[in-house]
Design a protein. Structure first.
Length: 215
Protein backbone atom coordinates (compact mmCIF):
# COMPACT_ATOMS: atom_id res chain seq x y z
CA UNK A 1 0.00 0.00 0.00
CA UNK A 2 2.79 2.35 0.91
CA UNK A 3 4.61 1.57 -2.33
CA UNK A 4 1.47 2.28 -4.38
CA UNK A 5 1.02 5.61 -2.64
CA UNK A 6 4.64 6.44 -3.28
CA UNK A 7 4.28 5.55 -6.97
CA UNK A 8 1.14 7.65 -7.28
CA UNK A 9 2.78 10.55 -5.52
CA UNK A 10 5.80 10.23 -7.77
CA UNK A 11 3.57 10.10 -10.86
CA UNK A 12 1.69 13.20 -9.73
CA UNK A 13 4.99 14.96 -9.15
CA UNK A 14 6.21 14.01 -12.62
CA UNK A 15 3.00 15.29 -14.20
CA UNK A 16 3.16 18.50 -12.20
CA UNK A 17 6.77 18.96 -13.23
CA UNK A 18 5.86 18.35 -16.87
CA UNK A 19 3.03 20.89 -16.66
CA UNK A 20 5.40 23.37 -15.04
CA UNK A 21 7.93 22.87 -17.83
CA UNK A 22 5.18 23.28 -20.43
CA UNK A 23 4.08 26.53 -18.82
CA UNK A 24 7.67 27.74 -18.63
CA UNK A 25 8.19 26.89 -22.29
CA UNK A 26 4.97 28.72 -23.19
CA UNK A 27 6.09 31.77 -21.23
CA UNK A 28 9.46 31.66 -22.96
CA UNK A 29 7.78 31.51 -26.38
CA UNK A 30 5.53 34.42 -25.45
CA UNK A 31 8.53 36.40 -24.23
CA UNK A 32 10.37 35.82 -27.49
CA UNK A 33 7.32 36.79 -29.51
CA UNK A 34 6.84 39.90 -27.37
CA UNK A 35 10.46 40.93 -27.78
CA UNK A 36 10.35 40.32 -31.52
CA UNK A 37 7.16 42.33 -31.85
CA UNK A 38 8.52 45.06 -29.62
CA UNK A 39 11.68 45.34 -31.69
CA UNK A 40 9.51 45.95 -34.74
CA UNK A 41 7.51 48.72 -33.08
CA UNK A 42 7.91 52.48 -33.35
CA UNK A 43 7.79 52.87 -29.57
CA UNK A 44 10.73 50.51 -29.19
CA UNK A 45 12.59 52.43 -31.90
CA UNK A 46 12.15 55.64 -29.91
CA UNK A 47 13.14 54.19 -26.54
CA UNK A 48 15.85 51.67 -27.43
CA UNK A 49 19.21 53.20 -26.39
CA UNK A 50 21.22 50.54 -28.23
CA UNK A 51 19.65 50.37 -31.69
CA UNK A 52 16.89 52.97 -31.72
CA UNK A 53 16.42 56.44 -33.17
CA UNK A 54 19.62 58.03 -31.85
CA UNK A 55 21.68 55.05 -33.01
CA UNK A 56 20.15 54.99 -36.48
CA UNK A 57 20.58 58.71 -36.98
CA UNK A 58 24.35 58.15 -36.64
CA UNK A 59 24.45 54.66 -38.18
CA UNK A 60 22.50 55.78 -41.26
CA UNK A 61 24.68 58.86 -41.65
CA UNK A 62 27.79 56.70 -41.55
CA UNK A 63 26.41 54.73 -44.50
CA UNK A 64 25.48 57.85 -46.45
CA UNK A 65 28.86 59.51 -45.95
CA UNK A 66 30.82 56.37 -46.87
CA UNK A 67 31.44 55.66 -50.55
CA UNK A 68 29.30 52.69 -51.57
CA UNK A 69 30.64 52.68 -55.13
CA UNK A 70 34.22 52.44 -53.89
CA UNK A 71 33.35 50.15 -51.00
CA UNK A 72 35.12 52.55 -48.66
CA UNK A 73 33.65 52.43 -45.16
CA UNK A 74 34.60 55.61 -43.31
CA UNK A 75 32.16 56.24 -40.44
CA UNK A 76 32.07 59.90 -39.50
CA UNK A 77 30.33 58.99 -36.24
CA UNK A 78 32.15 56.00 -34.70
CA UNK A 79 30.42 56.94 -31.43
CA UNK A 80 27.38 55.02 -32.69
CA UNK A 81 29.15 51.71 -32.09
CA UNK A 82 30.32 52.38 -28.56
CA UNK A 83 27.09 53.87 -27.23
CA UNK A 84 28.39 57.42 -27.01
CA UNK A 85 25.79 60.15 -27.71
CA UNK A 86 26.33 62.98 -30.19
CA UNK A 87 24.51 66.29 -29.78
CA UNK A 88 22.62 67.78 -32.72
CA UNK A 89 25.00 70.73 -32.75
CA UNK A 90 28.04 68.46 -32.92
CA UNK A 91 26.33 66.33 -35.56
CA UNK A 92 25.67 69.15 -38.00
CA UNK A 93 28.99 70.83 -37.19
CA UNK A 94 30.91 67.70 -38.16
CA UNK A 95 28.92 67.16 -41.36
CA UNK A 96 29.33 70.79 -42.44
CA UNK A 97 33.05 70.81 -41.75
CA UNK A 98 33.65 67.74 -43.90
CA UNK A 99 31.05 68.10 -46.63
CA UNK A 100 30.40 71.79 -47.27
CA UNK A 101 32.26 73.54 -50.07
CA UNK A 102 33.74 76.65 -48.48
CA UNK A 103 33.80 78.46 -51.83
CA UNK A 104 30.20 77.88 -52.87
CA UNK A 105 28.76 77.30 -49.38
CA UNK A 106 26.96 74.25 -50.75
CA UNK A 107 26.79 70.78 -49.29
CA UNK A 108 28.12 67.87 -51.30
CA UNK A 109 25.50 65.42 -52.63
CA UNK A 110 26.35 62.92 -49.89
CA UNK A 111 26.35 65.69 -47.30
CA UNK A 112 22.87 66.67 -48.43
CA UNK A 113 21.69 63.06 -48.11
CA UNK A 114 23.09 62.90 -44.59
CA UNK A 115 21.46 66.15 -43.48
CA UNK A 116 18.11 65.10 -44.91
CA UNK A 117 18.39 61.70 -43.25
CA UNK A 118 19.28 63.06 -39.83
CA UNK A 119 16.58 65.74 -40.09
CA UNK A 120 13.71 63.32 -40.63
CA UNK A 121 11.01 63.06 -38.04
CA UNK A 122 11.45 59.86 -35.99
CA UNK A 123 8.36 58.18 -37.48
CA UNK A 124 9.62 58.78 -41.00
CA UNK A 125 13.08 57.50 -40.15
CA UNK A 126 11.49 54.44 -38.55
CA UNK A 127 9.59 53.69 -41.76
CA UNK A 128 12.91 53.65 -43.63
CA UNK A 129 14.75 51.73 -40.90
CA UNK A 130 12.00 49.10 -40.80
CA UNK A 131 12.39 48.46 -44.53
CA UNK A 132 16.17 48.49 -44.33
CA UNK A 133 16.19 46.01 -41.43
CA UNK A 134 13.73 43.75 -43.20
CA UNK A 135 15.93 43.76 -46.30
CA UNK A 136 19.06 42.90 -44.33
CA UNK A 137 17.34 40.14 -42.36
CA UNK A 138 15.92 38.61 -45.55
CA UNK A 139 19.47 38.16 -46.82
CA UNK A 140 20.86 36.86 -43.57
CA UNK A 141 22.53 40.15 -42.65
CA UNK A 142 22.76 42.08 -39.40
CA UNK A 143 21.28 45.58 -39.86
CA UNK A 144 23.35 47.14 -37.07
CA UNK A 145 26.61 45.80 -38.48
CA UNK A 146 29.06 48.37 -39.82
CA UNK A 147 29.32 48.46 -43.64
CA UNK A 148 26.38 46.05 -44.00
CA UNK A 149 26.09 45.98 -47.83
CA UNK A 150 22.30 45.73 -48.16
CA UNK A 151 21.66 48.64 -45.78
CA UNK A 152 24.43 50.63 -47.47
CA UNK A 153 22.94 50.21 -50.94
CA UNK A 154 19.36 50.76 -49.74
CA UNK A 155 20.06 54.07 -48.01
CA UNK A 156 22.15 55.50 -50.86
CA UNK A 157 19.49 54.50 -53.40
CA UNK A 158 16.48 55.82 -51.47
CA UNK A 159 18.07 59.08 -50.34
CA UNK A 160 19.48 59.66 -53.82
CA UNK A 161 16.00 59.27 -55.26
CA UNK A 162 14.66 61.66 -52.62
CA UNK A 163 17.15 64.33 -53.68
CA UNK A 164 16.29 63.83 -57.36
CA UNK A 165 12.63 64.45 -56.53
CA UNK A 166 13.55 67.63 -54.69
CA UNK A 167 15.78 68.85 -57.51
CA UNK A 168 13.07 68.22 -60.10
CA UNK A 169 10.52 70.00 -57.96
CA UNK A 170 12.70 73.05 -57.50
CA UNK A 171 13.25 73.29 -61.25
CA UNK A 172 9.60 72.91 -62.21
CA UNK A 173 7.92 74.79 -59.39
CA UNK A 174 10.54 77.14 -58.07
CA UNK A 175 10.26 75.67 -54.60
CA UNK A 176 13.08 75.86 -52.11
CA UNK A 177 13.87 73.13 -49.66
CA UNK A 178 14.59 74.37 -46.15
CA UNK A 179 15.18 72.32 -43.06
CA UNK A 180 12.44 72.41 -40.45
CA UNK A 181 13.88 73.39 -37.12
CA UNK A 182 11.40 71.88 -34.69
CA UNK A 183 13.98 69.56 -33.23
CA UNK A 184 13.68 66.77 -35.80
CA UNK A 185 13.46 67.72 -39.42
CA UNK A 186 11.69 67.48 -42.76
CA UNK A 187 8.69 65.35 -43.38
CA UNK A 188 9.45 63.04 -46.28
CA UNK A 189 5.90 63.33 -47.67
CA UNK A 190 5.87 67.08 -47.10
CA UNK A 191 9.22 67.47 -48.81
CA UNK A 192 7.78 65.82 -51.91
CA UNK A 193 4.60 67.88 -51.84
CA UNK A 194 3.94 70.74 -54.24
CA UNK A 195 5.41 73.34 -51.91
CA UNK A 196 8.78 72.32 -50.55
CA UNK A 197 9.27 74.24 -47.36
CA UNK A 198 10.27 73.88 -43.75
CA UNK A 199 8.71 74.53 -40.40
CA UNK A 200 9.37 77.46 -38.10
CA UNK A 201 10.58 77.74 -34.55
CA UNK A 202 14.37 77.62 -34.49
CA UNK A 203 15.80 75.61 -31.62
CA UNK A 204 19.32 75.02 -32.85
CA UNK A 205 20.96 78.10 -34.46
CA UNK A 206 23.33 75.88 -36.42
CA UNK A 207 20.38 74.64 -38.48
CA UNK A 208 20.08 78.07 -40.05
CA UNK A 209 23.53 77.55 -41.57
CA UNK A 210 22.61 74.06 -42.70
CA UNK A 211 19.55 75.39 -44.51
CA UNK A 212 21.67 77.81 -46.53
CA UNK A 213 24.11 75.05 -47.39
CA UNK A 214 21.51 72.85 -49.05
CA UNK A 215 21.65 72.98 -52.86
Amino acid sequence: MTKNKAKKANLRAQKANARSKDRAAARAREAVQFKTKKKDSFDHFLSNPVAGYEFWMLHGTNFLLSSFDDGLWSPIFPEAYVGKPVTRTEFFKRVLEKHMNQTTNQLSPDGTKAVLWASMKPKEMWDMVYRARKLAFSKGGDPVEQAQPDIWHFLHTVMGEFIRHLDAQKKTEGGRFTLPTDGYGPSLPEALASTVSGLSGVQDPLLAGVTKALP
